[in-house]
Ligand binder design. Structure first.
Ligand code: CA
Length: 223
């Protein structure tokens, strides 16, 4: 399996990496929530995410919510420090598929990963389109006129936000809230910069779908 471990306990990460690699899994690691989201966004082929609740920048619950919110349906196995019902419920509510209470036996982790791997892929084949742009939420893939376009996580989120509200003018603040839901200290200029990048990547055909509405924001055309 292709796995991502999001955990800030360096000893546990080293141990998991060693054991999982020995068992022929491909392991990526991230020590913070932000880093984990970036890696997850850039790795569409992930089979599962092992996600710690206690991370230095924000909680694993928020990571799970953000993954689901951006249409990423990768199975999530949550690691909770305590056997608290509240934590387990919060984890499942946030979009985790299963949880494991620390400390856990490695064999149990493997068993749970196998169980997650056996689950049928979600049937949701949500596709958002506008003109020649197609965003496949299940695959987290964007194509323009059938050609795949590689977008960063933020670019993807901004495009997704526009595609979800075709014909509607979205302000820079609305796009900021959607793509940076944790209130990072950013200015609306950041959105402009990302729209610029997005248009370049989408090419003339795709770029024509994103209309600038002066003094108001952006609107998606052609859906
Ligand atoms: Ca931790």
């Amino acid at each position: 399996m292709h796995l991502l471990v999001i955990e800030d306990d360096a000893r546990l990460v080293r141990l998991l990496r060693r054991l999982l690699t020995q068992d022929r899994h491909v392991v990526e690691t991230a020590e913070t929530a932000d880093e984990g989201l970036e890696v997850a966004g850039a790795s569409p082929g992930l089979d599962a995410v092992i996600l710690d609740v206690g991370l230095p920048d924000r909680s694993g619950f928020e990571v799970a919510r953000q993954l689901r919110r951006t249409g990423n349906s990768v199975p999530i196995l949550m690691l909770t420090a305590r056997d608290a019902v509240g934590d387990r419920v919060a984890g499942l509510d946030a979009g985790a598929d299963d949880y494991l209470v620390k400390p856990f036996a490695y064999e149990e982790l493997l068993a749970r990963l196998r169980a997650l791997g056996r689950r049928p892929p979600p049937r949701s084949t949500m596709r958002l389109t506008a003109g020649s742009i197609v965003l496949d939420e299940a695959l987290r893939r964007v194509t323009v006129a059938g050609k795949e376009v590689q977008l960063s996580g933020r670019e993807y989120s901004i495009l997704e936000c526009l595609l979800r509200r075709p014909g509607q003018v979205l302000s820079r603040d609305q796009l900021l809230d959607y793509a940076w839901p944790y209130g990072a200290a950013l200015t609306p200029n950041t959105v402009e910069a990302y729209i610029h990048l997005l248009r370049e990547k989408l090419g003339p055909d795709g770029a024509a779908c994103i209309e600038t509405v002066r003094g108001m924001g952006y609107r998606l055309r052609g859906s």
